[in-house]
Design a protein around this ligand. Structure first.
Ligand SMILES: [Zn+2]
Length: 426
């Protein structure tokens, strides 16, 4: 992409409404814009990051043998009455009447819909196990939308649902998703802490949340040097009283540490809660009709963006991990009026694109300072500067955003030596 043909509206000033770094940087780097409280549009660079996060998730889910579906956001409330959750969801679920007077909801999650679907599809043990997932917009009427897309009323989620013959099968499906989640978050360079979690309104037996320790996290985790880690909610429920910093670890008795964190994933062993309520049974090998044994697995896709930014930024801006950066390499001819160096920059850009590198060419006729500040603010993993000075040495200057480390490469071989620099980052 050529910068002059792109829509990248970076902001010089800190927006007043942004309380946390990720919200401030997403607005300033031109990733998102607010429509109303808790509702955001993604601009081209924000959408590019979202699509890269989705690609990471999709690749890992498919590799784990899950199959992608797309379920409706529009759901009859009656289905939620049948599962018993119509009341439990309370005001968080957006409800309305359609023109025929039928009560409808905008899906905050999809256990009811998927269970209703498989009730008509999965009839025999021969079709099991199966794992179906989707990437879709969810709606929750948030009482306190905050921190940009960290807590918003409309958000993108990946939700997967496994169906097994028995609890031993569920244990295997759950373990496979646990490992897949670790792989996904590793590729996004998120330092996740899987913790024991409360099952809450979802129900079921076991549950883990994938937490990223962060100063402005709205969740809290308790952890101990012995390896014990749980959401505070869960620790409180287990102990039957409040659990703060210094409370004894339920595993070893030593004092617990308390940390704020952002939840990016949550997995549950649901068992037969939904399949029993909604009549999703299968014919087992022994000839008996049994309820499908279910697990569900969520990732807050849009929430990954601010969470990565919370853990990857400095005073100058974002430091994207290469796998999910809006562009991997930013080529910056410092002075586009200087024809030889601008030509060299354009040739390098073409060569990198041809080699499959996701490059952007900053062809703006703007001051060098503006272009370099924008490069740091948006946080492209690699910045390549070409100027009259570097050209006189037949070199380009390469800066790694994450470390600030700069080096010089021969111009003639830059197109060949940059891709190997990029790939270990991704
Ligand atoms: Zn302990």
């Amino acid at each position: 992409m050529r910068w002059t043909q792109a829509h990248i509206p970076t902001l010089r000033e800190d927006p007043v409404e942004a309380e946390v770094a990720s919200h401030r940087l997403m607005l300033r780097a031109g990733l998102i814009r607010k429509l109303s409280s808790g509702v955001y549009s993604y601009l081209p660079l924000g959408q590019r990051v979202l699509l890269k996060v989705i690609a990471v998730i999709r690749e890992a889910m498919n590799a784990a043998g899950a199959q992608e579906v797309l379920l409706p956001a529009l759901q009859p409330e009656e289905l939620w009455k049948r599962s018993g959750r119509a009341e439990a969801m309370g005001q968080e679920m957006i409800r309305f009447k359609d023109r025929h007077g039928k009560l409808m909801v905008l899906g905050p999650t999809h256990e009811e819909v998927i269970t209703n679907l498989v009730a008509g599809e999965l009839r025999s043990y021969r079709q099991l196990p199966i794992n179906l997932y989707q990437i879709q917009t969810k709606f929750r009427d948030e009482p306190r939308p905050r921190f940009g897309v960290i807590r918003s009323s409309e958000f993108l989620m990946k939700d997967a649902y496994s169906f097994d013959r028995d609890t031993a099968g569920l244990d295997r499906s759950y373990q496979a998703m646990y490992e897949t989640y670790e792989a996904i978050f590793r590729r996004c360079d998120l330092p996740v802490l899987p913790v024991l979690a409360d099952t809450g309104v979802m129900g079921g037996s076991d549950s883990h949340e994938f937490m990223v320790p962060a100063a402005h996290g709205e969740d809290e985790v308790v952890r101990c040097a012995c390896g014990y880690a749980a959401s505070r909610e869960r620790a409180v429920k287990t102990a039957g009283r409040d659990v703060g910093a210094g409370a004894p670890c339920p595993q070893c008795g030593k004092p617990l540490a308390l940390e704020p964190a952002i939840e990016v994933g949550h997995i549950f062993k649901l068992g037969a809660k939904y399949t029993q309520a909604l009549g999703a049974t299968f014919l087992d090998e022994d000839g008996a009709q049994k309820p499908l044994i279910m697990g569900c697995y969520g990732i807050g896709v849009s929430r990954i963006l601010p969470t990565v930014i919370e853990t990857h930024h400095d005073d100058a801006g974002i430091q994207w991990p290469a796998a999910i950066a809006p562009y991997t390499v930013d080529i910056v001819p410092l002075n586009v009026q200087h024809t030889p160096s601008f030509d060299a920059a354009q040739s390098l850009y073409q060569a990198l694109r041809a080699a499959g590198v996701d490059a952007i060419l900053d062809d703006r006729d703007d001051r060098a300072g503006v272009k370099l500040k924008d490069a740091d603010l948006i946080g492209f993993p690699i910045r390549v500067v070409i100027s009259e000075k570097t050209l006189a040495q037949s070199q380009v200057e390469v800066k790694i955003r994450a470390t600030g480390q700069t080096s010089f490469l021969p111009l003639a071989s830059a197109a060949a030596s940059l891709p190997p620099l990029v790939s270990p980052l991704a």
